[in-house]
Design a protein around this ligand. Structure first.
Ligand code: COA
Length: 286
């Protein structure tokens, strides 16, 4: 396990090619202020760079202490009364850029949610590809209860939960259960707290068994194709699969299947001494 970069409000841990990020302001339930936003944006840039080098293949985002994340820091937001309109706009734009940077990371991002994910915390869950939540976790787009609104997170939340749930949940600001979050697509798996890490690890293993470039291309395909007609999408999707088929990674994956062996990237996931994993993933071509 190699620590990568030191942050003030985040902690990171590297486990092979898996980057574990922990929001680390447990005294305020990991709320975001401008410093956390800057650090998360820098973290996403670092992960993007390392993903391109193949040194990070999966990221897991969690929160220290009792809660995943209580959203924007209310103390910080209340101080913005003294900011000019352009300063307020600058801050909101920076927050939006942070969510967009995580949303577009070219690798799978897993959210590990315990306690609560409220406001921007629910937004952070929305920019993860997979969210695993403990069964007691609470979610909420609670902003209207504070007289503000879930503006910056809305594109990311809407992409996950759709308009109908958003009309209910953005407008009431009500807190809702992990089961409800799963029903509306914000969460993928709900487990007892004691099983949270095992459920995250299961997804990590699943992602490490896939071709990293193929996973990045599959992730990029979703926002590109979403909302297009089939006629508009066809040239894009045909070009995407054609490029993958002839790519070295695509060729390796197809050959590995036919030769009944593990593809080369399954060896890249771990310490080369770990032969058990290679054996476990052999023949997993699902
Ligand atoms: N911003 C700043 N501080 C926050 C915060 C936030 N979003 N959420 C919690 N805190 C602070 C509390 O003010 C408290 O500080 P204190 O110890 O100085 O009094 C501390 O974190 C612990 O909060 P507390 O409410 O006592 O903890 P809890 O574990 O009982 O409940 C929450 C945690 C997250 C459920 C609760 O604090 C909460 O509902 N927070 C507001 C969440 C929200 O609406 N976020 C949307 C913001 S747009």
């Amino acid at each position: 396990m190699v620590p990568v970069v030191t942050y003030q409000f985040l902690s990171t841990r590297r486990d092979g090619t898996v980057e574990h990020l922990t929001l680390n302001r447990p005294d305020v339930r990991n709320a975001f202020n401008e410093h956390v936003i800057a650090e998360l944006t820098a973290w996403a840039a670092e992960v993007r760079q390392q993903a391109a080098q193949g040194t990070i293949r999966v990221a897991v985002i969690g929160g220290a202490g009792k809660m995943f994340c209580a959203g924007a820091d209310v103390t910080w937001m209340s101080k913005t009364i003294h900011y000019s309109e352009s300063e307020n706009l600058r801050d909101a734009t920076a927050m939006s850029a942070m969510f967009a940077a995580i949303d577009a990371l070219p690798l799978p991002v897993i959210g590990r949610v315990q306690g609560a994910a409220l406001g921007g915390g629910a937004g952070l869950a929305a920019v993860c590809d997979v969210v695993v939540a403990e069964d007691a976790a609470l979610f909420g787009f609670t902003e209207v209860k504070l007289g503000i609104l879930p503006a910056v997170i809305s594109p990311f939340a809407l992409a996950k939960i759709g308009r109908s749930a958003a009309r209910e949940l953005f407008l009431t600001g009500a807190r809702f259960s992990a089961d409800r979050a799963r029903e509306i697509g914000l969460v993928h798996v709900v487990v007892p707290a004691a099983e949270l890490d095992a459920a995250v690890d299961q997804y990590v293993r699943e992602f490490l068994a896939g071709g990293p470039e193929a996973i990045a291309a599959a992730k990029a395909l979703i926002p590109t194709v979403s909302g297009r007609s089939i006629a508009d999408a066809t040239p894009i999707t045909a070009a995407a699969i054609a490029a993958r088929r002839v790519s070295p990674e695509g060729q390796e994956g197809l050959k590995a299947f036919l030769e009944k062996r593990a593809p080369s990237w399954s060896g890249r996931v771990l310490d080369t001494k770990d032969t058990k994993h290679t054996k476990d993933t052999k023949g997993d071509h699902s």
